[in-house]
Design a protein around this ligand. Structure first.
Ligand SMILES: [Zn+2]
Length: 460
């Protein structure tokens, strides 16, 4: 059993992300029964009697990070197989994903969880890529992470292989999924409705899934984008000026709807999101690596200016490739400066909010996590500043966002439980897992007949 009380003591800085955005120098955090009981100067907490004290004098403590769009099983075992000039890898990725077995998905999920937790992610949305949640539940339990799951459904033709059902069956499956999974593991597992996209699902299906989410007090997420061509298509196909207004017209926007990616929105679409309370999950590294034209299509500053809550995501191991949310928040902070030729865009503080409080709010978790405040669940991250990239330190936020990455994360706590302890996790044998994943990837490629050139340079 984990200790029921824990004190993080004498932190160099505690970055609270509380309503005053206090950064407490020589700070301490007291945790009891999984919740934060006190946050303040170390001297104020000196008298607390606890089961365990973690010396944090070289640490910067922040809230745990949330990842709003993270295909956990999709592609990990074949990560890095796509050369840059092959065009969209999606048809191949979905083919491989659809061919994965239960055992393979379990191993791939474990790898994802190790990488997520070691880089400070305490909770993530898997947008419907887990096909075998029963097999993965043990991994989630052992890892101690928060996960939002759902079954990916479609009822229309798609340009790549996706799970396709009759409309009624898709609705029934989603409802059953929510009933089975929502609230498991002491509430660390949540279940949402997860239609793939508005292009691959009928209006009837989207409407019915929104109702399922409403009825269960949970949420819905789907892949969403816009742009001049998409607006034209939606005008001619649905008589709606844009994809986002189409969703509004069929009743599928709202406070419990998270639109993923959201590139190419125009002002009217952002207004539709703002007035309905719809939120977003944006994947800055996927957008950059995929050459998606953030300068032309990225609207993160406009969404935030209208009060839309946005989470960051790492998407998948063959889009952003890494699962490190600290690198993603760095990209969010720098790419808009470049795209707009304006250094004032997306400040370091805003980027950190996206990965913590604003992101948690976007996912409906803002009352429980996202900041270090009394009464909230004890989800937090400790960065080790005894590393070259953290020197010298005057402004811990700038150092975190611009100097560091997830590799300086020393300790991660979820629900008051230390899940990464001095860089180490205890839920899986990493060397064994690494060789297993490599073997699964090689077998999967052979089995599906995917033969891509491995490297542009000769491997001899
Ligand atoms: Zn996705």
């Amino acid at each position: 059993m984990p200790p029921t009380s824990l004190k993080i003591d004498h932190a160099r800085y505690v970055v609270t992300v509380d309503p005053q955005r206090r950064i407490i120098q020589d700070g301490s955090v007291l945790i009891e029964d999984g919740r934060i009981r006190q946050v303040g100067k170390a001297a104020e907490l000196a008298a607390a009697r606890v089961d365990r004290v973690i010396d944090a004098r070289h640490m910067v403590v922040t809230p745990g990070f949330v990842n709003g769009h993270m295909h956990i099983s999709y592609g990990h075992v074949v990560r890095g197989i796509f050369l840059d000039d092959i065009g969209s890898p999606l048809p191949t990725v979905f083919k491989l994903q659809m061919a994965m077995t239960e055992e393979e998905e379990h191993a791939s999920t474990l790898l994802g969880l190790v990488e997520l937790l070691k880089s400070g992610t305490v909770g993530f949305v898997d947008p419907g890529s887990t096909k075998f949640p029963d097999a993965c539940l043990q991994a989630y339990e052992d890892a101690g992470i928060r996960v939002i799951l759902g079954e990916c459904v479609t009822d229309q033709e798609a340009p790549f292989p996706l799970p396709r059902f009759e409309t009624k069956e898709a609705v029934a499956r989603s409802a059953a999924f929510l009933k089975t999974w929502h609230g498991r593991l002491n509430g660390r597992v949540r279940a949402w409705a997860m239609p793939f996209s508005a292009e691959t699902c009928s209006a009837d299906l989207l409407r019915a899934l929104k109702r399922v989410a409403d009825d269960h007090g949970t949420s819905l997420t789907l892949h969403h984008g816009s742009g001049a061509k998409a607006r034209q298509d939606y005008q001619s196909r649905h008589g709606s000026p844009s994809p986002t207004q189409y969703l509004e017209s069929i009743g599928v926007l709202g406070r419990n709807v998270v639109l993923a990616h959201v590139l190419g929105l125009d002002a009217a679409e952002i207004d539709a999101m703002a007035r309905t309370g719809t939120t977003a999950a944006m994947c800055p590294v996927t957008a950059a690596k995929g050459g998606r034209g953030v300068g032309e299509h990225g609207r993160l500053p406009e969404l935030l200016a209208k009060g839309v809550k946005v989470a960051l995501g790492c998407d998948s191991p063959n889009n952003s490739n890494h699962l490190d949310i600290v690198r993603a928040l760095n990209m969010a902070a720098i790419q808009y400066k470049d795209a707009r030729q304006d250094m004032k865009q997306i400040t370091a503080e805003t980027a950190l909010e996206l990965a913590t409080l604003t992101g948690a709010q976007a996912l409906g978790l803002g009352d429980e996590i996202g900041s270090l405040e009394v009464g909230k669940k004890a989800d937090l991250v400790m960065f080790d500043t005894q590393r070259p990239e953290w020197q010298a330190m005057f402004n811990p936020i700038n150092n975190l966002v611009y100097n560091a990455d997830g590799r300086s994360i020393h300790t991660v706590i979820v629900d008051g439980r230390v899940v990464i302890d001095a860089y180490r996790q205890t839920f899986v044998d990493e060397p064994r897992l690494y060789s297993k994943v490599q073997e699964i990837g090689e077998k999967l490629l052979a089995r599906t007949g995917v033969t891509l050139p491995r490297s542009r340079w000769p491997i001899v």
